[in-house]
Write a protein that binds this ligand. Structure first.
Ligand SMILES: [Mn+2]
Length: 389
């Protein structure tokens, strides 16, 4: 049996000021095309379908078009979807019973009553049954009421309890679809800038992978760079597109998992995505960057190294580069300014907030604070409860 593992589509996402609608439509079409080529037995999407809990009409249309195209494949390929932390349960659930008729299974909330269980779908292959357990993103508070007091104290205990009550048949092959922050003992996954909400609570959301050690494969979403644990048995497949400049070197792909017979490690293959536009950093003097021959339609983060003052460099760059995300300066002047700023913020310097602000103002404005301004700043700082003398 083989299946596609995808996650973190983040449909509706913008990269800086650019809508990625076209880029996303292009990538979703590739998923459909590759499904035609490889004929997987299932397609798994492990959360963060939409970028926002209230998706735009355009985002809905994109996803709708994608599901429609998948459902038109013959023979039909079942699709398993869970909600991530970016998705709204109600909105993702819309029409889910209708979708089930097209073998599109959507799970948006963990069990809410003692009778409810994780959604489980069983498929067959030559070695027997494979059970797919869909576990949408959960916080301890979502499930605490199902257990005795003190049983659920954190993310890890919540997850352990939720899986235990499934009484899974470990003689059979089992696949978990999940959207959480998993760690391997103390090894955390590599993160990047587009996951701003991941582990924002200082690692309290970490769940050790031994909690999922009974599964034959764990299809994860949440972390945006592809990576594996436990001999490829536990895997983050990553986003289908680069969603931040920090991902410029990521290789985005569809993960194709081949499950063998019970007890054997799954085989992982990656089918690379071809993005409509790449995301990259470029660095050099304005003249160098304007004379370069590389593609002009990619999303670029530009660093200019010119020492001399430039006249509206962004305007000149825009003639050569269609999609500029940001333009920053890296020359001796900026480095000196940066150093001074860092110095001003260093505790060792023991500067009072007012002294630091005075220096900052001088640096930015090229003149000292007037008496009146200094008085106002002093008052504001006092209000903030800071020591200003
Ligand atoms: Mn995500």
């Amino acid at each position: 049996m083989r299946f596609f593992h995808l996650s973190d589509l983040h449909i509706g996402k913008h990269l800086h000021l650019y809508s990625l609608a076209q880029d996303q439509a292009y990538i979703l079409e590739q998923i459909v095309e590759q499904a035609k080529v490889y004929r997987p037995d299932a397609i798994v999407i492990a959360g963060d379908i939409y970028d926002k809990s209230v998706p735009s009409a355009e985002a809905y249309q994109l996803f709708d078009r994608f599901l429609t195209a998948l459902s038109e494949l013959e023979p039909m390929i079942p699709v398993f979807i869970i909600a991530g932390n970016h998705d709204s349960a109600e909105r993702l659930q819309f029409a889910s019973s209708f979708l089930k008729k097209h073998q599109i299974y959507i799970s948006v909330l963990p069990p809410q009553t003692k009778e409810e269980h994780l959604q489980k779908i069983s498929l067959q292959d030559e070695y027997g049954e494979v059970n797919f357990y869909l576990c949408p993103f959960l916080k301890p508070g979502y499930v605490r009421h199902l257990f005795e007091e003190g049983e659920v104290t954190d993310y890890e205990s919540a997850y352990t309890r939720i899986l235990e009550r499934e009484e899974m048949d470990t003689e059979k092959r089992n696949v978990l679809v999940a959207h959480q922050f998993f760690v391997n003992q103390d090894t955390k996954p590599d993160t990047c800038d587009s996951e701003y909400s991941v582990s924002a609570i200082g690692g309290l959301d970490a769940i050790d992978i031994r909690v999922v050690s009974d599964f034959d494969y764990v299809a994860l979403g949440h972390i945006h760079g592809p990576q594996t644990f436990a001999g490829e048995r536990v895997r983050y497949c990553g986003t289908p597109l680069k969603y931040s400049v920090s991902e410029e070197h990521h290789k985005k792909s569809i993960t194709m998992v081949s499950l063998k017979k019970k007890g054997e490690l799954p085989e992982i293959e990656t089918i690379p995505f071809k993005p409509l536009h790449d995301v990259k950093r470029i660095k050099g003097s304005l003249e160098e960057l304007l004379s370069r021959k590389d593609s002009t339609s990619d999303y670029v983060s530009v660093t200019l190294t010119d020492e001399k003052e430039l006249y509206r460099p962004k305007d000149s760059l825009a003639e050569r580069y269609e999609r500029i995300l940001e333009v920053t300066l890296d020359n001796s002047r900026m480095r000196a300014l940066q150093e001074k700023l860092e110095e001003a913020y260093t505790w060792e310097t023991k500067k009072t907030p007012l002294e630091s602000f005075r220096e900052f103002y001088q640096m930015m404005q090229g003149q000292p604070l007037s008496e009146k301004e200094e008085k106002e700043v002093t008052e504001i700082l006092a209000e903030m409860g800071e020591k200003t003398v």
